[in-house]
Write a protein that binds this ligand. Sequence first.
Ligand SMILES: Cc1cc2nc3c(=O)[nH]c(=O)nc-3n(C[C@H](O)[C@H](O)[C@H](O)COP(=O)(O)O)c2cc1C
Ligand SMILES: [Mn+2]
Length: 455
Amino acid sequence: MAGNSISDLATIIDTLDRLGRLIRVKSEVDPHLDLAGVAARFEGGPAAVLFEKVRGFEHPVFTGLYWSRDLLGVLMGKDEGELPAFVSGCIAKWQRQPVEPKVVKSGPVLEVTEKSVDLGRLPVPVHAAKDGGPYFDAGVVIARDPETGVRNASIQRFLVVDGDTLHVNIDAGRHLELYLRKAAEKGENLPLTINVGVGPGLHFAAATPAEAAPPEADELGIASEFHEAPVELVAGTCSAVEMVANAMYALECEMIPGEVGDEGPFAEVTGYYARREPRPVVHVKAIHRRQKPVFQTILSGAEVWNSVGLLGEANVLALLQRQVPGVTDVYFSHGGCGFYHCVVAIAQKRAGWAKQAMLAAFAAFPPLKMVTVVDDDVDIRDPGDVEWALATRLDPTTGIVTIDKIFGHGLNPSFPDYLGAKVGFDATRPWPHTEEYDRASYKEVSLDDYEIEMP
Ligand SMILES: Cc1cc2nc3c(=O)[nH]c(=O)nc-3n(C[C@H](O)[C@H](O)[C@H](O)COP(=O)(O)O)c2cc1C
Ligand SMILES: [Mn+2]
């Protein structure tokens, strides 16, 4: 398999184990609620979790690869603060000169093809008490534009309805929604594959927002940048849509435009349940897997904040650095569900640019609801420091911008039917700077120079 150490999930799990970053749950765990309950206890911590024995199933379940930036940084050989710039650098390289995916003859995912399709044999967990059932929520979806044939990658949640049927949640504006509409116009069905158990390169390619990866471009190529080698696919056996050659599992599926069934509720990234509503039906035609697969699942919290959020952050950073002089850093805070609140650091060059930064951030990532702009002496990853800037530098009479009746993210309950209001806070010092706003600080010292008795 071509690619570096982060291009394959089995290798990643071994690496985590070696680095002391893997928690192994040895006891048998019930995939119905208990597995997620145990995982939640480790959410955001320094290690991912492998559930070795899942009640009623042969194969293990893995979670937590994205729930800590520290863990992600260790895996990618970067400091966590360098991640947005690293990610946006990979996307920029792909935008300039894409390394196209390579279709290879075979791969680990084709080691076993199930004789019959039975989703009930896969260890798909039920996460939260009111969830509508077991969910695939970490699979990379590959589809082809029915007009142009261009491939798209995305992640969607899929509710298991029966042995060969899933119901899928496709948010407004997603490329899969566009493809389904185009298939309907042509009177065709839409084939797709769901690839479960891949590395962060493919996961990040799939989570790259539409603003950075337009539908004309095959965004699977983004994974090639992370893998430092062309991403490898294998041909589909049911359609012209490929599968990820080294995924743990790949499902070949088909959607019939117009066909809908109830999907939800699902404990979502917002901390609320997504409502049960009629959404598109997906028919599973074939299931392929490795000989010894590991099923990957994601608790919709920190793992999404650090994937959709990190990718959004990388895109906003790239755009702002092009358009707004002085922008030094961007962070999508976790209190803001990872992608509703963007904090921007700016080394001001002129008055008025903090508000330009707000507008540019909203345009670069439509799910954002709030943008807070601070000077570059504020730690944008520390909510206390951001609050300090708001408390001491924001002029509420001139520094708050609101925009009503604007498109936002439908999962956010304050955007019913994708419509709501947004707010920007200019918490920067007045320009030109005056002494009153200089931050007080103490001398940098080394405690090694002193003999200190601690209690
Ligand atoms: C774990 C995870 C779960 C996600 N679930 C959904 C989902 O259920 N529906 C959806 O439309 N987007 C979901 N997303 C977000 C999209 O995958 C993401 O915005 C992607 O960039 C969309 O791709 P597109 O621009 O090609 O449409 C999820 C992302 C992650 C990381
Ligand atoms: Mn896309």
